[in-house]
Design a protein around this ligand. Structure first.
Ligand SMILES: Nc1nc2c(ncn2[C@@H]2O[C@H](COP(=O)(O)OP(=O)(O)O)[C@@H](O)[C@H]2O)c(=O)[nH]1
Ligand SMILES: [Mg+2]
Length: 185
């Protein structure tokens, strides 16, 4: 039985920690890890937060939720997590300086996973940003991955029902993707 790992990615302030706290059935574990990405930060030990939560599936199975900072793509840890993951929950806050550029950066950082696994995009803090962010993100996402139809939601990361709906959309995309990968072999 493969592990059920979902990554929550997105820029700082996107709502990754909040989303995992909203969905997790255990107390979320937040740790700090050394950032060895010298290209992004010219410091030996920039500490970055990593969040971990879980959702039980059936009696003895679970979905593991990891919140990872997208800018640390060169760190071995994110590479390993990305290889283990079956789906990517990409969160972008509508009030980010440039949400459309952020989508491109994050998809670039997690392209392996985006190509292989499930992918959904959530626009958080949507009441705080321009109204057309969801449409602009949808346009750029389908330009970047033209062969995919990527669900883009406006979500409040603090809202259980909304996050749960987004998670279910991700899981059905994971299944659809796995089906397509099998068929193309
Ligand atoms: N209004 C609003 N605030 C949000 C939403 N999601 C997260 N926040 C707030 O935005 C801030 C950043 O969220 P956080 O989860 O720490 O972002 P992270 O850096 O991606 O982990 C926190 O103060 C959250 O309470 C949302 O959907 N709407
Ligand atoms: Mg966080």
């Amino acid at each position: 039985m493969p592990e059920h790992v979902i990554l929550f990615a997105g820029p700082m302030g996107a709502g990754k920690t909040t989303a995992i706290r909203t969905l997790s059935e255990i107390d979320v574990v937040s740790t700090e890890a050394a950032n060895t990405d010298r290209l992004q930060a010219d410091k030996d030990t920039t500490t970055v937060a990593l969040d971990y939560g879980e959702i039980a599936v059936g009696l003895d199975d679970k979905i593991r939720l990891y919140g990872v900072p997208g800018q640390s793509r060169f760190d071995f840890m994110w590479t390993i997590l990305q290889q283990r993951a079956m789906g990517l929950m990409l969160l972008i806050h509508a009030d980010a300086p440039n949400p459309v550029v952020a989508v491109g950066d994050q998809l670039g950082a997690f392209l392996d996973l985006a190509n292989r696994g499930g992918l959904v995009i959530g626009i958080t803090r949507s009441e705080l940003g321009p109204r057309d962010v969801v449409d602009r993100v949808r346009t750029v996402a389908s330009a970047l991955l033209p062969e995919r139809s990527i669900p883009v939601f406006a979500v409040d990361a603090r809202d259980y029902e909304q996050m749960r709906t987004m998670l279910m959309a991700l899981i059905s995309d994971v299944e659809e993707r796995a089906e397509m990968m099998r068929a193309s072999r």
